[in-house]
Write a protein that binds this ligand. Sequence first.
Ligand SMILES: [Zn+2]
Length: 347
Amino acid sequence: MPFGDILGQDRAVSRLRLALSDGRLSQAYCFFGPPGVGKRTTALALAQAVNCLAGPARAPGAATADACGTCAACRKVAAGLHPDVTEARPEGKTVITIDQVREVTARAALRAYEGKTKVFILDPAELMQEPAANAILKTLEEPAGASLFILVTAAPSALLPTILSRCQGVRFDPLGEGPLRAILVRHGRTPEAAAAAAALAGGSAERALALDVEESRATRDRIVQEVWDGLGSLVSVLERAEELARDRARLEDALEILASFSRDLAVAKVSGGDAPLVHADRRAEVPRLASGCSVGAILVMHEAQAEAQRALARNANARFTAERMLLRMRQALEEGQEGGHGSRGAR
Ligand SMILES: [Zn+2]
């Protein structure tokens, strides 16, 4: 897939396209960001662009170059058959082995067979064990001509600092709703199914494609319900925080759901019935849930959830993070209740 077809990673892609057009590509990149957002797809697009037989060419009027996507070289890269494009992946195992890396370093020392640039994609790079990582480091320190290394990772901090310092970092962000829906439609989902899955997938196309929408909706409803019910008393806030924090990954998922749900409440409150909602299947209930609460209170709750997400990303303690968020939500609810009746009971 050429750069031009990649959705939702405009910043990363345009940076690479500019470097390509200006002839100042780095010899080693580290593509980092959450799983399932297009890092490997972009690595393959770069492999196509540097080996495309037609270019890389500029479309008329375009500022930057791209692969054609249709020549023999582009098709071979897409099919995983290009002799100068090597992917080292764990393939069922849990590590990228020293043997796989030895093959990479041996190939890096040779001339390209038929392409212009040998490309080596290590994905996920953090699964290189120490001997493998050291072998790559040595190759990065003494790069053979016309080689391009792309290390793909969701956990850059797990890579050796000496490896990271040899790579140019390119950040990939979670996919927005729009691009995510478009990707799902491209994979054959109906627009309705795509919208439902995109709302629940936390910005990951991989997750959205694997998602069981019914099951995910049930999980979402349960989490929203439990958290809202738990805001009733200080004791239940502390209990809920303990439950949420038991599994960090599930806490992250819960925060994602809560943040998108409170966003819906705020949107419904401000713009009325026909506003575009993330959780469109709950359209009928959202205005009712929002009605007991001031906009200010909803926004404070949303900010508490967003702050908790940032805290977890900084590796903060899960239990304290959940407690702080729930306490802020409870306080916001108490201060922002309208018309004398509570807004709890997110059924
Ligand atoms: Zn091509």
